[in-house]
Write a protein that binds this ligand. Structure first.
Ligand code: HDE
Length: 718
């Protein structure tokens, strides 16, 4: 049997290839026999070996025993946090050399494509929980560089709940299902979470992010990523600068709404996972630009917060994000378990030129990830699992342990040695040897928090103040929902007290919605550390963030409600235009099959009201023309529910010609004449002969994503 080796022995980086020669560890069943684990060919696998046709099974049946034993042991412990995830392969390319900032090899040459594997995850839920819960999303990237693996294990939120890693077990215990009854699954809306955060005010900033639309991403391709901690970049001359890592989604940031995500969680718990998989399969690759905020070491103390405090972000208005490269996710995994489940990210996987800081959360993480893999992946050899192998060959004197799947051949298993000719040699700087940044360290041992970490509210205030009006309303409603689920009145009251330190008006609005007296002033006025800060940061708002990419409909899903008599000609024009723009169009009718279009055209219908999942599975709804079709749809409660619900969720709705009959039959109150062209609150209508004009307006509306102005109308059912 061929000895497993790394992806390539060459010291160049190439996109991972599916070529068997490059990846000998990939099992390829095509054209092979079924065998046992010992490669014994197997002739029959459907009946156990028995003493007689109706007799007992025999213990000598090694095939039965091997098959069942392997099955019994298929599960490994799921991740304590971030258990639910999905991942993709891709590559990263830097736009131009970053030699000025870092000596990291993969950030020098724009022609080098560094393979990456990215795993997105939710944090609180178990492996089988739904994708669209309110939660932080993990955004972990493994760069397989020519100098070894670099893991950027980040989230879609730039700050964290706690300042010191020693609080992590407390925080995770509090947010996870409660210990007596293991409820609720994948939700922070319960007593223990709010009890903890009300007593741990450093969490307030991150709580605001968690309650915001950021926690409900439309797609993994529509969310930002953050390294969270302050890192150090070090160049060849040993000069260091502080650095914050960002991932900026090329398609822009978009979120779902709360009522919608709860329904999706039931109708399609795999919503984000499916979207990632399908977009890659159809060649609509998720892309993210890598952004850096660079801070000179001499400026370390100039801010109104401590750079080492992971509950603080560096406002982009103070330190701009420089976009330095792009990551493209272009290949789905071949096997979920072998790749997505077994991938082991470690914060301590660093390459020379990227270094750590004294952030006490980061320091604990530098220990935790290596440690966690020992249990999760069954011992210390997890780095030789194919998905975790670096590109360069590994040479060292580590040995033995469970699941050793490399066969060492040398005789010298120690350093220094002479009988192995001194090999492996020690690497020098030009070989990419890791050189730690020589940070001076001195101090007395203390178990204390630095006073510069004391302000827990200023940036929570900054976040709330930076929301657009609709985002602020969503934030308030989310807090009302979560606190409404808290059963202990004293916890609710304590949270409102904490909220009053963030923003009294905001706290009052939350309080009113849950029957508590609105606070009149802050419980404890905040004293910020002197230094540079901002009062508003548009970059924190999904809506007001600057440098938004041009709107696109690529990846958006449109439901077209059809019945017999639908105007096939105008529908064809609009459908073709939407599909050309990269949108996906489903014809939805009462039953799967066909409908008779005008001009004797037969249209194939692949989704029914029942199987489509309803409006929540779509970004926009289209009702084509055709008087008979519109009359039929107007008599279907399911069709009316489709448009009411889409309206409630602020989605674009289009009607061509008589399609407006369905809108009038629903409760969205379109008063316009059927042949009038126009766009109002995201409802786009057009005359039947104006399919092209309609397409332009409808496309623009889909690009806008949602029309929040409708939220004020509380009369619409959903
Ligand atoms: Fe993690 N975290 N974490 N974390 N984390 C894990 O590692 C931990 C923290 C993050 O897709 C675990 O392999 C401690 C911050 C992501 O496989 C575990 C502390 C951030 C993932 C662990 C933190 C993260 C993890 C569980 C406080 C954002 C999923 C399984 C000191 C910057 C990676 C595993 C993947 C996973 C520990 C805090 C992000 C238990 C002790 C801050 C994206 O080791």
């Amino acid at each position: 049997m061929k000895r497993p080796r790394s992806r390539t022995t060459k010291k160049t980086t190439t996109t991972l290839s599916k070529d068997a020669a490059l990846e000998p560890f990939r099992e390829r069943p095509e054209g092979t026999f079924l065998t046992s684990d010992q490669a014994i060919p197997i002739a029959q696998t459907d009946d156990s070996l028995k003493a007689g046709l109706r007799g007992p099974s025999l213990i000598e049946d090694f095939h039965l025993r091997e098959k069942i034993t392997r099955f019994d042991h298929e599960r490994i412990p799921e991740r304590v946090v971030h258990a639910r995830g999905s991942a993709a392969h891709g590559f990263f390319q830097v736009y131009e050399s970053l030699a000025k900032y870092t000596r990291a090899g993969f950030l020098q040459d724009p022609s080098v494509k560094t393979p990456v594997f990215v795993r997105f995850s939710t944090v609180g839920g178990s492996r089988g929980s739904a994708d669209t819960v309110r939660d932080v999303r993990g955004f972990a990237t493994k760069f397989y560089t020519a100098e070894g693996n670099f893991d950027l294990v980040g989230n879609n939120i730039p700050v964290f709940f706690i300042q010191d890693g020693i609080k992590f077990p407390d925080f995770v215990h509090a947010v996870k299902p409660e210990p007596d009854h293991e409820m609720p699954q994948a939700s922070s809306a319960h007593d223990s979470f709010w009890d903890f955060v009300s007593l741990q005010p450093e969490s307030m900033h991150m709580v605001m992010w968690l309650m915001s639309d950021r926690a409900l991403p439309r797609s993994y391709a529509n969310m930002e990523g953050f390294g969270v901690h302050t890192f150090r970049l070090v160049n060849e001359r040993g000069q260091a600068r502080f650095c914050k890592f960002h991932w900026k989604p090329v398609k822009g940031m978009f979120s779902l709404v709360w009522d919608e995500v709860q329904k999706i969680a039931g109708k399609d718990p795999d919503f984000n996972r499916r979207d990632l998989w399908e977009s890659i399969e159809r060649g609509d690759f998720p892309e993210y630009e890598l952004g850096l905020q660079i801070i000179e070491e001499r400026d370390e103390d100039k801010f109104a917060f401590d750079l080492l405090d992971p509950t603080k972000l560096v406002p982009e208005e103070l330190v701009p994000v420089i976009r330095v490269g792009k990551m493209t996710l272009d290949r789905n995994p071949d096997n979920f378990f072998a790749e997505t489940e077994q991938v082991a990210f470690c914060v301590s996987n660093l390459v020379s030129g990227i270094d750590v800081t004294n952030d006490p959360l980061m320091q604990a993480r530098l220990f935790s990830y290596l440690d966690t893999q020992l249990t999760r992946l069954g011992g210390p050899n997890f780095a030789t699992i194919p998905i975790n192998r670096p590109i360069p060959m590994v040479h060292n004197h580590q040995q033995d342990g469970f699941h050793r799947d490399v066969i060492p051949t040398g005789k010298a298993n120690y350093h220094p040695n002479s009988i192995g000719n001194g090999c492996p040699f020690l690497a020098g700087a030009k070989d990419g040897a890791f050189r730690h940044f020589p940070q001076p360290v001195e101090g007395v041992k203390v178990r204390q928090r630095a006073p510069s970490f004391a302000d827990h509210f200023s940036q929570a205030t900054l976040f709330v103040e930076s929301m657009s009006p609709p985002e602020r309303i969503h934030l308030i409603k989310a807090c009302q929902f979560e606190l409404g689920k808290v059963t202990r009145p004293e916890i609710r009251a304590r949270v409102i007290e904490q909220f009053s330190n963030i923003d009294v008006a905001f706290a009052a609005e939350v309080a009113t919605g849950i029957g508590l007296p609105p606070p009149k002033k802050a419980a404890r006025p905040v004293t910020a550390k002197p230094g540079k800060s901002v009062d508003r940061s548009p970059a924190l708002s999904l809506e007001e963030t600057p440098n938004k990419p041009a709107p696109t409909i690529a990846g958006r899903k449109v439901a077209v409600l059809v019945a017999d008599g639908v105007d096939a000609a105008s529908l064809a024009t609009v459908k073709a235009a939407l599909e050309n723009g990269g949108a996906m169009v489903d014809l939805v009718a009462k039953t799967i099959g066909t409908v008779a279009g005008s001009n004797n055209k037969t249209l194939v219908v692949e989704k029914s009201y029942l199987t489509s999942g309803g409006s929540v599975m779509y970004d926009a709804i289209l009702v084509p023309g055709g008087a008979a079709a519109a009359e039929t749809l107007a008599s279907h409660g399911d069709a009316k529910h489709f448009v009411n619900e889409a309206y409630k969720h602020c989605k674009p709705i289009g009607a061509i010609g008589d399609g407006i009959v369905l809108l009038r039959a629903s409760q969205i109150g379109v008063a316009r004449d059927s042949y009038e062209d126009g766009v109002e609150r995201g409802v786009v209508t057009a005359a039947p002969n104006n399919a092209r004009g309609f397409t332009k307006d409808f496309t623009a509306a889909i690009g806008q994503h949602r029309f929040w102005v409708r939220e004020a109308d509380e009369s619409i059912p959903a």
